[in-house]
Design a protein around this ligand. Structure first.
Ligand code: CTP
Ligand code: MG
Length: 181
């Protein structure tokens, strides 16, 4: 039961988990804010949010959703777990919402005087999940309510910080990321 809930949580959130990791690998080039600063003298977003990272991250999340759909029974439309296939608008919302959450967090970090790469405990671990889920609830309401039952949502909020901290620590150890958070 718990194992099943956790499995559904991971399955349904994979299209939201992948984008940030792909952005780390694909990032670089022109920053989204084009170098602009706001009245507080701080960057709008900073050099850590690039067009390339965002685009590759979003596309990767969508592709993952489509690949997961291939694992579904062709006639039932659901997996062994009972998760309905990702409609394309749910896939886009999960993936793009994750990138958007991370971008909004950088906006908040800059406004609170945190330099690029500074840790923002709590926000760093959950920003992308919250925005990803909200956007998905908005654009794919039926799928969202069918998939994210209360126990699954609880699993998402417990698991995500654990997965986030561990994948970032691994990326740091491998030299892919400048900080371990
Ligand atoms: N990245 C990107 N575009 C994004 C998100 C991430 O290019 N939308 C890349 C950047 O190279 C970034 C790296 O992934 O440096 C790590 O992402 P993250 O930790 O979110 O950015 P930080 O550099 O730590 O910047 P910030 O303090 O704004 O979070
Ligand atoms: Mg960072």
């Amino acid at each position: 039961m718990v194992v099943e809930t956790v499995a559904i949580a991971i399955w349904a959130m994979l299209p939201a988990y992948i984008p940030n990791n792909v952005a780390v690998l694909a990032g670089g080039g022109r920053p989204i804010d084009g170098g602009r600063t706001l009245g507080d003298g701080k960057r709008l977003l900073g050099d850590g949010k690039t067009w390339r990272g965002t685009a590759f991250g979003t596309v990767a999340g969508i592709v993952v959703a489509l690949l997961l759909n291939l694992l579904h029974g062709p006639f039932t439309g659901v997996t062994e777990l009972g998760v309905p296939a990702f409609p394309i608008h749910a896939a886009v919302a999960l993936a793009f919402g994750a990138m958007l959450g991370d971008i909004l967090a950088s906006f908040l970090k800059r406004r609170t005087g945190r330099e690029r790469g500074a840790a923002f405990p709590g926000v760093d671990q959950l920003d992308f999940v919250v925005v990803s889920l909200l956007l998905t609830l908005l654009v794919a309401t039926g799928w969202f309510l069918e998939t994210f039952t209360l126990p699954v949502l609880v699993a998402v909020f417990v698991l995500t910080p654990v997965l986030h901290v561990s994948t970032n620590a691994i990326a740091f150890a491998l030299g892919l990321k400048d900080e371990p958070w």
